[in-house]
Design a protein around this ligand. Structure first.
Ligand SMILES: [Zn+2]
Length: 263
């Protein structure tokens, strides 16, 4: 029998060692990549794990079967929330960004938004399947548009305000917003043309959905080629949580497509 992500969530919710052992080997690499990308000194991986294990943590609360990318996306939000970021010297709010970037297409908005998530032109190009030079061109246009709408401005304004803009966008969801599944269908190329057209019509005017789409692109990128922790690598994290070694590290329990346990 294959131990699934759903069973892991159920076992973590019940605070069983097998759930946490599996979570540590599969998701600590994701947490590490996030903390590294967002250049966080705080929290540490151990602090993140301890927070996730609190009874009030929302990560394992859903009783729906949770596909791994959905869980990774939830995890991303919880990790980023814990990262302390300095206030931007020149603040800009979502309203201003939204008005300024109105002339951009959906894809151009996504490219601009990935800058708030600290992705440079090269990484953004790889994530959005376009040339880095195109990313830079779109970003200079976005910068000019924002500059025209703000009294004070600097080139790094989107990145500097990334944390607050991300929070504002995440909180701005509406009933019309699309669920995770639709964004993953677009990323996986499974969307029909009419559905994609309808989605574009909504997303082009909705920064909540632009942000959500970008976060899913990020998660897919994060999970690509992730290496699971070996028993020995997992041990210190289990120790930090006071969890005895479980029995869930068989190769056929690999959660991520193409992922390999490092021995
Ligand atoms: Zn929306």
């Amino acid at each position: 029998m294959i131990y699934t992500c759903y069973e892991m969530a159920r076992d973590c919710r019940a605070d069983k060692p097998e759930g946490w052992t599996y979570f540590i080997s599969h998701y600590v690499p994701v947490i590490r990549k996030l903390l590294e990308h967002y250049r966080a000194n705080e929290p540490t991986v151990e602090q993140v794990l301890k927070t996730l294990r609190q009874p009030e943590s929302s990560l394992f609360q859903s009783l729906e079967p949770a596909p791994e990318r959905w869980l990774a996306a939830e995890l991303r939000q919880l990790v980023v929330e814990q990262i302390r970021r300095p206030q931007a010297e020149i603040p800009v709010d979502l309203e201003t960004v939204s008005v300024a970037l109105e002339p951009l297409t959906v894809v151009e908005k996504q490219v601009a938004w990935l800058e708030t998530m600290d992705y440079d032109a090269a990484r953004t190009g790889a994530m959005m399947r376009m040339a880095p030079a195109t990313v830079e061109k779109i970003r200079s246009r976005a910068a000019e548009l924002i500059r025209s709408k703000s009294d004070v401005w600097r080139a790094t304004i989107l990145g500097d305000n990334g944390y607050n803009l991300g929070r504002a966008a995440a909180a701005a969801g509406t009933k019309e917003c699309y669920p995770v599944r639709d964004f993953l269908d677009v990323i996986d190329g499974r969307t029909t043309w009419p559905h994609r057209e309808r989605m574009t019509g909504h997303v082009t005017a909705c920064w909540h959905c632009v942000d959500h789409f970008c976060r899913m692109v990020e998660v897919v990128d994060l999970l690509r080629g992730i290496k699971l922790l070996s028993e020995a690598e997992s041990e210190p994290y289990r120790g930090a949580l006071g969890i005895a070694a479980g029995k869930q590290s068989k190769p056929w329990m690999r959660l991520f497509r193409g992922a390999r346990a490092s021995h």
